[in-house]
Design a protein around this ligand. Structure first.
Ligand code: ADP
Length: 670
């Protein structure tokens, strides 16, 4: 039995040739030799007949005499080339003439070739075959081209679809992150109240069982706060709201500060700690100090948390660039001898909410968001993070920041805001109305409290839209505008107010959160003045004095010029009103019991979340009792935590006993 494979079957299609000639002898010779070579032959004896034939049956090739009765070969060729059926059919002219002009003319009109009479039949057949082969190749090329075009179009459409789907997914993701960021922000405020009131109750409740319930509320609340803060950070990054701010940073000081934060915990766990830096490390690098601290707090915090014995090491290295000597690669590794991470988990450990499987939550706690945040922060600074190590034998987290610019200390911006006028010289302001726009009532209360001695009228708005409406209706003399607000943010409100002819001339002072320093330039260009939270009373008064009419305290020499140096620079001592004075003994009692115990804890080990809560609680108690030194202290300490200003935070923590002393002195002098 024989089997025939597909390749063996070749289907030979018979090709049709149309001969156009009026000479019977020529027709005979051509007809015979073509038929013998396996072609199907059609015949026409003049141009008109040829055109008619082609309109009925499309030949594969036309062999045409030039000298025809009626319309000649050239004209027939021209007309054939205009017919849809014949435009691609190769035409070979037969000419007795050796006149070169005619040959060129024929080729220009679209003829594929020519044969000179007298012709040799084998030559004719060979030429026909060669042109048919050429035609076939051309057809193949055309169909391949068409297919390619189709594929390109399909691919383009698929790419466009993919792009649209990707954009939609990214937009959805941004919306989700924005929602999460807003939600976390909104949850923080009531959470502070829950925790704060739980704190107050703790001082009042004696029943053991009730105290236990309260302790549970507080510990649950604190975990929730940590989670919310982490989600807020991560979603801010994902919504593109967190910008990296470069400034000259001394890496060695940052590493030393971080080591300081964990020194007590390291001592408690009897761990060995070492910080190894590189001799060639530039003194200053252009980095985002806040984010660098955040990364290190996460990594070193984890190293200490997950290590029970042995050591925690930080190794820092810079690699010089030959081509760009003003740049280096900045590499730091945090190594520990702790529990380590199994290989299969190392791949997922940087994902949000990932912790090692089977990890005891009661022992280690955490949210599983720290490394996800750290990874994104490193990437935003043009870097990468990796982890190595072995289960049970410790871990090494390495961050490599590429192409970091070297900097000079002189480039470092001044950290303190300059005070434009000396507030101590201001005796009083003329009657004026101030619009305070801030969604958080406590913030508005604090500003009013600072200004309560100056007899201003206050108008309050809880969002940007309200601020715009009130600005138009009440035409205040100045607006204090918070930037982050619901419904309409401060930025948009300022643009609206400034662009209206009714309100455009009202001076606006922006009040922004400490962590929002990124927008400083933009805010400066939008507003007339700018204050950073936590606002100090002197800064606020001095800023108002730039825009509002006021009288100044006469100096000893009798001058009243603001710029002179003899004016008294000490702020007046804090004088609370009678209502507040009555509450001070209770305030002192709370401070010396609950707050002092917490203060001792955070002075020993300044766990960021504990410090933040301490600050927020003090701020709230201060506002509740109308005692602004407490509120201000709490707000400033919270501000340090917010931007990971560890040195500032430590200084502020150290000031707490002095704050209690000040409170006592106010109490005894009243
Ligand atoms: P969290 O510490 O809040 O759980 P992270 O994102 O910082 O969140 O860490 C995620 C997980 O990665 C940790 O829960 C732990 O399982 C693992 N991990 C992180 N750092 C270390 C480390 N130094 N040693 C061992 N495991 C670690």
């Amino acid at each position: 039995m024989t089997t025939i494979s597909n390749q063996q079957i070749t289907i030979k299609t018979i090709k049709t040739v149309l001969i156009v000639d009026d000479e019977p002898h020529n027709l005979d010779v051509l007809n015979n030799c073509l038929r013998e070579s396996g072609f199907k032959v059609l015949v026409a004896t003049d141009g008109e007949q040829a055109l008619k034939r082609v309109s009925h049956v499309r030949p594969d090739l036309i062999l045409m005499d030039l000298m025809l009765p009626g319309i000649d070969g050239f004209e027939t060729c021209r007309r054939l080339k205009t017919m849809e059926a014949a435009k691609d059919v190769p035409i070979i002219f037969i000419t007795a003439d050796t006149n070169m002009t005619d040959k060129v003319k024929g080729l220009k009109m679209g003829a594929a070739d020519y044969i000179t009479k007298p012709f040799q039949p084998p030559e004719v057949v060979a030429r026909i075959n060669s042109h048919l082969r050429l035609q076939r190749l051309q057809d193949e090329l055309k169909s391949k081209n068409a297919q390619l075009k189709r594929e390109i179009t399909e691919r383009r459409q698929a790419e466009e679809k993919h792009k649209q789907a990707k954009e939609a997914a990214e937009a959805a993701n941004r919306t989700k992150s924005e929602f999460l960021a807003n939600m976390s922000h909104e949850i923080r405020t009531p959470m502070n109240a829950i925790l704060g009131f739980a704190e107050i109750l703790e001082g009042k409740i004696r029943d053991k069982q009730h105290r236990q319930y309260l302790a549970m509320i507080r510990s649950g609340g604190r975990s929730l706060m940590t989670l919310i803060n982490d989600i807020l950070d991560l979603s801010k990054i994902e919504a593109g709201k967190l910008k990296i701010e470069y400034e000259p940073v001394s890496p060695v000081s940052v590493f030393k500060e971080i080591a300081g934060v964990f020194s007590q915990k390291i001592k408690e766990k009897s761990l060995k700690f070492s910080l190894q830096t590189d001799f060639n490390m530039p003194e200053y690098l252009l980095l985002d100090e806040v984010r660098l601290r955040q990364i290190l707090l996460n990594l070193v915090g984890n190293a200490v948390k997950f290590t029970e014995s042995g050591s925690v090491k930080i190794e820092v290295l810079t690699l010089a660039h030959k081509e760009t000597p003003d740049r280096v690669d900045f590499i730091f590794a945090v190594k520990d001898t702790g529990i380590g991470i199994a290989e299969e988990q190392r791949k997922t450990i940087f994902d949000a909410f990932e912790q090692q499987s089977g990890q005891d939550h009661a022992t280690y706690g955490g949210t599983g968001l720290g490394l996800a945040i750290t990874k994104r922060l490193a990437e935003m600074m043009g870097g990468v993070i990796s982890v190595s190590g072995e289960k049970g034998k410790g871990s090494t987290f390495t961050v490599t920041l590429k192409n970091v610019r070297k900097a000079e200390a002189a480039d470092a911006p001044g950290k303190e805001m300059s005070i434009s006028a000396d507030s101590a010289t201001i005796e009083n302001f003329d009657k004026a109305a101030i619009l305070i726009a801030d969604d958080i009532m406590n913030n508005r209360t604090l500003l009013k409290d600072y200004l309560k001695d100056y007899g201003f009228d206050f108008i309050e708005a809880e969002n940007g839209l309200e601020a715009c409406n009130l600005a138009r209706r009440r035409r205040p003399n100045l607006i204090l505008m918070d930037i982050k607000m619901p419904v309409m943010d401060g930025r948009e409100a300022v643009q609206k107010i400034k662009s209206s002819s009714e309100t455009g001339d009202i001076p606006i002072v922006a009040v922004t959160a400490a962590a929002m320093k990124v927008d400083e330039k933009e805010i400066n260009s939008l507003c007339d003045g700018y204050l950073r939270k936590p606002v100090r009373k002197e800064e606020l008064v001095a800023e108002l004095a730039r825009f509002l009419k006021h009288s100044v305290r006469k100096s000893v020499s009798g001058h009243s010029d603001l710029s002179q140096s003899e004016v008294k620079s000490e702020p007046p001592p804090y004088k609370p009103d009678a209502e507040t004075i009555k509450k001070i003994p209770r305030l002192i009692q709370i401070s010396e019991t609950e707050f002092m115990a917490r203060w001792e804890e955070i002075s020993d080990v300044p766990v960021m979340e504990e410090v933040r809560q301490f600050a927020v609680d003090l701020n709230r108690i201060g506002l509740e009792y109308g005692f602004s030194p407490f509120a201000e202290y709490g707000e400033r300490l919270a501000g340090c935590v917010e931007i990971y200003d560890i040195e500032g935070m430590k200084r502020k923590i150290e000031e707490f006993p002095a704050l209690i002393k000040q409170t006592k002195s106010v109490d005894s002098s009243s």
